[in-house]
Design a protein around this ligand. Structure first.
Ligand code: ADP
Length: 386
């Protein structure tokens, strides 16, 4: 059996999993949080990595370490074995993902130091979207400015979109090459992706993970002129705007909670006052926020249906997509004309397996497929060292 150690290093956390490739099983799973904060179990990422390796214990024969890296720019179109030079190139892309790439790199450095004799591989969130056509990735701004600064759509959540779209074709028993799919990855971050024959052709996140759907704390799409307006009228500088749109918008901005469970609990609370829901979220406010969230998703489904020209599968995945029965049911209302509908009993099933939620004979198969980014990273890592 082949064991791959998968590491997802954030600015103050290390998520890790030891994956057995042949079975897809997670042999060990862990999360070290609040690294560097007072009272934390790890004073820095090096100490965190040591804790993770202690947790794995002896007796494992790790074939390679797979690292999640958020931004690969145009430089990285596939999983890549990490050398000092590759580390430098990942660092060079940090301006495009200042919240993510430096944090990913800290984890890479700590892991390479702790496991110097094992190959390390970077697996990029952007790489699956390398197949976007120029008309899909180009923003209509001054071409010279875009070129100089690398301003274009890159897309994210690629490992999830790839894994889920391949599982969808497999589940339907269709050749991947002849399957047209829309994946809705709805977690804290959320993105939609249109996949044609295994290739990403459209995705809702753009140059950064801020664009597209309404997320936990990110706004998704908005008129770019709003930035200048808030700057001139409200005195917001660019750091304040960044903070507003990335950390204080989305469900959090609309309701006061960025967690879908809170928002749904509040909306379902049945009360009418503004302050009677969970976590202090009012029912009317929560319902209005959910309406915005669903409306945005429906717009993307329609747009991607049009780009694909036909749709075989529409797939829900990630925390919200896999777990929220009501969101799945209410989001697709009105799309029956596109062949998209949800069977309430199937949708309410508590199963954790890949499954249909559309009625028999539906032109579009609506599916729930649990994502498994760790397994996809492990597979790509192994392919890169082979
Ligand atoms: P991340 O993007 O951080 O990986 P996840 O994919 O785990 O996040 O998704 C987290 C989101 O999933 C949160 O908004 C959480 O409220 C939501 N979620 C988890 N379980 C449920 C549930 N049973 N019903 C509704 N939302 C849920």
């Amino acid at each position: 059996m082949t064991e791959i150690f998968v590491v997802n290093s954030g600015s103050s956390s290390i998520k890790y999993q030891l994956v057995e490739l042949e079975t897809g099983n997670a042999l060990v799973n862990g999360l070290i949080e609040r690294i560097g904060e007072p009272g934390s179990e790890a004073e820095d990422h090096g100490a965190g990595m040591k804790l993770a390796l202690d947790h794995l214990g002896d007796g494992h024969d790790i074939a390679a370490v797979g690292h999640r890296v958020v931004h690969g720019g145009t430089r990285f179109t596939e999983a890549t074995v990490i050398t000092d030079e590759i580390e430098q190139q990942i660092d060079d892309l940090s301006p495009l993902a200042p919240l993510h790439n430096p944090a990913n790199l800290i984890g890479i450095r700590a892991a390479r130091k702790a496991l110097p004799d094992i190959p390390h591989v970077a697996v990029f969130d952007t790489a699956f979207h390398r197949t976007l056509a120029p008309e899909a990735y180009t923003y209509a701004i001054d071409a010279a400015v875009a070129e100089k600064y690398g301003v274009r759509r890159y897309g994210f959540h690629g490992t999830s979109h790839k894994y889920v779209s391949e599982r969808a074709a497999e589940f339907l028993g269709r050749p991947l090459a002849d399957t047209k799919t829309i994946v809705l990855h709805l977690g804290n971050g959320a993105s939609a992706c249109a996949i044609d024959g295994g290739r990403s052709v459209e995705t809702s996140m753009g140059m950064t993970p801020l664009e597209g759907l309404v997320m936990g704390t990110r706004s998704g799409d908005l008129d770019p002129a709003i930035l200048g307006y808030l700057h001139r009228q409200g005195g917001y500088d660019f750091d304040a705007l960044d903070d507003l749109l990335n950390k204080r918008s989305g469900l959090l901005g609309l309701t006061g909670s960025g967690d879908m469970r809170d928002v749904e609990a509040a909306a379902g609370g049945g009360g009418t006052s503004e302050d009677d829901g969970a976590e202090g979220v009012g029912a009317a406010v929560a319902e209005a926020a959910l309406a915005v969230y669903r409306h945005r998703i429906r717009s993307y489904v329609g747009a991607y249906w049009a780009q694909l020209g036909r749709l075989d599968a529409l797939v829900f995945t990630a925390g919200v997509g896999e777990n929220s029965v009501s969101l799945r049911e209410t989001t697709l209302v009105g799309l029956e004309g596109l062949g998209i509908s949800v069977d309430p009993a199937r949708n309410a099933s508590k199963s954790r397996a890949a499954r249909y939620i559309s009625p028999d004979g539906s032109p579009v198969a609506v599916l729930v497929i649990p994502t498994n980014e760790e397994l996809e990273i492990a597979r790509q890592t192994f392919a890169a060292i082979d």
